[in-house]
Design a protein around this ligand. Structure first.
Ligand code: IMP
Length: 428
């Protein structure tokens, strides 16, 4: 039975939520492996919209087992809010959600430090404390989910962390200090609510793999936001790439059978950092309003531009992608000409592979190929054959340029408005 990673091929917000929701039908388990509530996965079912930040999108399907791996950083308040929000809409959670004992907690000081350090770093973070929580994890001072279940140990670790953090908050950031008792009692309250979900997720997921269940690994953010392989330092603080599924859940690389990359038919980015095909003109605004490009987590307007196949091709390589899901094709419906960036020009040189020098990425000029637009609606089309001829030409050209097949094409936000040429669970 195949185990498939779904990963963002750009800077996040590619529409992974919808693709995971569709594939979850064939999966027994859906598991998140990195990030935190900086992510925002939107799923539309029967015109009802669900925005998930931490809980895998598979939860919308009754009976699916959903896991949050050790690679995820968790703000318990956000998690409880999400659990309660879903329960109030009739979604069953209690028997299907499992949270890793080894996942790290986001503490109140993390989000304060995240926001304060933005003043000098200007990365445009979501301000949710993600980076500082990962800093503590790597510094080996973090507090984990399992600590939440041991009140004495939790208090000990909190005391130690808080004395350092309060020093930092007061002396470096000139911010108010935090109260130990207040945090302690708040987190003990959270433990009461989420303790029942906390378990050894690595053992559990490997057991399900042994039992030949289909596993769907849910990536958050995107390849270009990966802390090692993205446009550093304008990245998130985790490994968003497919390889992150191994470390973020505790599974061996031999257990992964395929990687489906998700890419928009154009490009967006939220937050700071280089973005070679960004359109700062009327066209960029037009893409933003047609594509409703506002962050699902922060509501920030997303920066928009043409499809950049230098980026997607790089993602194909880094993730070992076996196929691509192309989303939001319908947003391009009205344009008479559509551009695809096939390289970058900088100081007389042409770059066909992703450069990592920030001077090149910030200052290069995109080299575009222009394709005829189809100027017909593709909204709701469910069969490849029914697409306008020129839309097929566009899709085939993108396939040639990125080097893998486009297996799934999304033609609106709705679950059913999708062309599935190859389902990774059935056809890989
Ligand atoms: P952080 O993850 O909050 O530290 O933010 C680091 C960078 O990643 C910022 O540019 C954010 O806008 C971006 N980012 C984080 N999560 C997402 C996401 O889910 N979609 C798109 N961008 C994201």
């Amino acid at each position: 039975m195949p185990n498939i990673v779904v990963v963002g091929a750009q800077w996040g917000d590619e529409g992974k939520g919808k693709i995971i929701d569709i594939l979850a039908k064939d999966a027994g388990v859906v598991a998140r492996y990195q990030g935190g509530h900086n992510a925002g996965h939107t799923v539309v079912v029967n015109d009802e919209e669900y925005i998930l930040h931490l809980i895998p999108s598979g939860i919308i399907h009754p009976g699916k087992i959903c896991m949050i791996g050790n690679g995820v950083v968790i703000d318990p308040e956000a998690l409880i809010g999400e659990i309660e929000g879903l329960k109030s809409r009739g979604i069953a959670i209690d028997n299907n959600l499992f949270i890793s004992k080894n996942s790290h907690l986001i503490m109140p000081y993390h989000s304060i430090i995240d926001k304060e350090s933005e003043r000098s770093k200007s990365i445009g973070t979501t301000g949710r404390g993600i980076g500082p929580a990962y800093v503590d994890k790597v510094a080996r001072t973090g507090i984990r989910m399992s600590d939440l279940l041991d009140s004495h140990l939790f208090r000990e670790k909190l005391e130690l962390n808080l004395s350092n953090m309060n020093y930092l908050l007061y002396n470096v950031y000139k911010s108010e200090q935090l109260d130990l008792e207040e945090i302690y009692s708040k987190y003990m309250g959270y433990a009461q609510k989420i303790g029942k979900y906390i378990t050894d997720v690595s053992i559990l997921i490997n057991k399900y793999i042994e039992e030949n269940m289909n596993i769907l690994f849910e990536g958050a953010q995107g390849t270009l936001l990966d802390v090692d392989h993205g446009t550093y330092p304008y990245v998130t603080s985790s490994n968003a790439i497919a390889g992150g599924a191994c470390t973020g859940l505790g599974i061996g690389p031999t257990k992964i059978d395929g990687v489906l990359g998700v890419s928009k038919a154009y490009t967006t980015r939220v937050g700071s950092g280089p973005f070679p095909t960004e359109l700062k003109d009327k066209l960029g605004n037009d893409l933003r309003s047609k594509g409703r490009e506002y962050g699902a987590t922060t509501g920030r307007p997303r920066r928009c531009g043409w499809l950049d196949v230098v980026v997607v091709r790089y993602s194909v390589i880094i993730n070992g992608m076996s196929g691509i899901a192309l989303t939001k094709l319908d947003i391009l419906d009205e344009y008479p000409k559509i551009k695809i960036c096939v390289g970058y020009k900088y100081k007389g040189n042409i770059y066909n592979e992703m450069p990592h020098e920030s001077s090149v990425l910030w200052n290069c000029e995109p080299v575009y190929e222009e394709i005829e637009g189809w100027q017909e609606s593709t909204v709701g089309i469910k069969r490849f054959d029914s697409l306008p001829k020129k839309a097929k030409v566009y899709i085939r050209r993108v396939e040639d340029l990125v080097g893998v097949k486009i297996d799934i094409i999304s033609t609106s936000q709705r679950r059913d408005d999708t062309i599935i040429k190859r389902n990774p669970f059935r056809d890989y």
